[in-house]
Design a protein around this ligand. Sequence first.
Ligand code: MN
Length: 273
Amino acid sequence: MKLFRFDGGRIGLGIEDHYYDVTDALGVDTQAWPPVQMVQFIADFAQRSPGLEKHPKTRPVDFASLRLEVPILWPNKLLAYPVNYVKHGEEMKSVNRADLNGFFLKANSSLSGPNDPIVLPDLPGREIHHECELGIVIGKTVKNVSREEAMGCIFGYACLVDMVVRGKEERVMRKSYDSFCPFGPWIVTADEVKDPANLQAKLWINDELRQNANTRDLIVDIPGMIELASRVATLYPGDIIATGTPEGVGPVQRGDRLRIAIEQVGEMTLEVR
Ligand code: MN
């Protein structure tokens, strides 16, 4: 299944080629603040999703006419792994590596959706880079998960762009500008991704292919990332993990068009302003 948010916080469900507005069936108030309705749906998904497409308040929608929004707006946290592909470590001449340094955090408020522009801060002379990443969505409340249990904690996957100002300031600040974490266009549930350790991920700037790598080359693999994160912090439904970027990162400029595509997950095209 696919889960998506659209048209002012409404919640949608995609089952094969059929798309439904399940906002009213779930009793979601789109005006409620904080906007955690999708996080609640993920937490209760096993109970609430069966038969939801047949609920009397569910209505079919014309998917192409919807304006998609970031599927998760207010997670409990947005974790990210640094250099997690050998070739990206080489290109950055970096001493950082996910297996040595562990994870960092980005501000949750940096999340933005498939129809939101990436807005560059006014920092003359500074390079602002794209990083193409697979995003993992956690489905359970867990702590100290073993490698063996880790895959069972994953709710789903989405495309994620980890935007960053290169430089020496604290990493969390350089990566936390508003719109610096495009995420979407929807969440694909884990059961629909055959082998998350074999997904080709690509990123283009203005039709020039800049990044093209496979998750089989991750240094810390997906179970390893969940094991490590959960040793430190309790993971909650709706938490997002940015899995680290492969080689090919580079600068973006105002007016660029950035496209990210991950097989079996989805793709989105974003304007840079
Ligand atoms: Mn990154």
